[in-house]
Design a protein around this ligand. Structure first.
Ligand code: SF4
Length: 375
């Protein structure tokens, strides 16, 4: 949106030295959300990484020049040593964020959390009031999480709302976006549900896909309005790289004179980067191409160094993820916007067909929008 209103020359291609690492340090959680990818529970899981092991891996990440670390769980604040781990990461000079459900942030620990200097703290909110409590299966969760957001804000921590959309909470998206203004929140992270739809034939009539398009339209217009009003709010979407292509079509409709410029920026962004610029470490120290690939183990950081596993292209999935273009099939292969989207979320293709290179069944764009025959 900034490029729409204040275009600047295209910077050189992005070539981060190492991936952003999302680290699920603990699987235990005090909530049992319907959409949890980590299948957490309020019980201790055996054999999780010790503080000493975490510190050794942190040193490896630093040596590799990992640019950012997102500490997550389960609920990361259930680890007694979470702040010590975060402090260590910060001392190594790594951008450090925390993803929490917020219910354990209170007056007793907010000063210690603020003292870490987290670069960002994301708190999950799935709806207003009871909607959120029902998603989280915890009475009072909404009030506790909102309290945490206010505490973070008042202690100078950059804080964001993390929202995962489903059919059951879509109606509350406008109200959630309003919270940015009314509560002085810096950022809104919109996560698509890992939804696979019913395949290509029904795309135009698929209720969920149409809901997704409405949600994107709402986010785009809110981001633009905020920017025009001089606000510094940030909007991020995740878990569906077709968003970039959808944005391009939105720009073509609303700002056709800027479409070529935005097109080049989206190509530079490059779409999905699981296994390339995104990595995930689970609570036991196993490495994965991203958080959605927990059933695909690249190797244990207790046995091999991060760099050795990450750069090892003998693994067929990692080899394919690192290929340019990726060896995608079906409509992704024929898509004229593959360079913007990069074939989207391979794990959805894997789950639905058993083939990680099949077309992404979660693509909500019509055939016309991806340059195939008219629908
Ligand atoms: S068809 Fe595939 S590559 Fe094209 S936008 Fe959809 S998911 Fe992305």
């Amino acid at each position: 949106m900034q490029q729409l209103l204040h275009p600047t020359p295209l910077p050189p291609p992005r070539q981060p030295p190492a991936p952003v690492v999302i680290w699920n340090l603990i699987r235990r959680c005090n909530q049992t959300c319907k959409h949890c990818y980590a299948i957490s529970a309020d019980t201790d899981f055996a054999n999780e990484l010790s503080f000493t092991e975490v510190c050794r891996i942190l040193d490896e990440l630093k040596a590799l020049r990992v640019p950012a670390l997102i500490l997550s769980g389960g609920e990361p604040l259930l680890r007694d040593d979470i702040l010590a781990i975060a402090a260590r990461a910060k001392a190594l000079g790594i951008y450090t964020a925390l993803s929490s459900n917020g219910t354990l942030i209170n007056e007793d620990n907010i000063a210690a959390i603020a003292a870490i200097g987290f670069d960002y703290l994301g708190i999950s909110i799935d709806g207003i009031g009871k909607t959120h409590d029902q998603f989280r299966r915890m009475a009072g969760a909404y009030d506790a999480s909102m309290h945490a957001i206010r505490l973070c804000r008042d202690h100078g921590i950059k804080v964001g709302l993390r929202y995962t959309m489903t059919q059951d909470n879509f109606a509350e998206l406008p109200q959630l976006l309003d919270l940015l203004d009314s509560e002085g929140i810096d950022k809104f992270y919109f996560s698509h549900l890992n939804y696979a739809g019913r395949g290509n034939k029904n795309r135009k009539d698929d209720v969920f896909f149409n809901t997704t398009r409405e949600a994107m339209d709402l986010l785009f217009s809110r981001a633009l309005t905020d920017l025009q009003a001089g606000k510094k709010s940030e909007f991020v979407t995740g878990n569906n790289d077709a968003d970039g292509v959808y944005l391009l079509h939105w720009v073509k409709r609303h700002y056709p004179q800027q479409a070529d410029h935005i097109h080049r920026y989206l190509q530079r962004w490059g779409g999905n980067s699981s296994g390339v610029n995104i990595a995930n470490i689970d609570n036991l120290g196993h490495l994965h191409p991203d958080t959605m690939w927990w059933n695909y183990d690249l190797g244990s950081l207790r046995e091999r160094r991060f760099a050795d596993i990450w750069q090892d292209r003998r693994d067929p999935l990692m080899n394919g993820l690192k290929m340019q273009p990726r060896p995608v099939e079906g409509r992704c292969k024929s898509c004229i916007h593959l360079d913007i989207c990069n074939g989207n979320t391979r794990v959805r293709a894997m789950q639905l067909t058993g083939n990680p290179w099949a077309e992404d069944p979660g693509c909500y764009l019509t055939d016309t929008e991806i340059g195939l025959h008219a629908t």
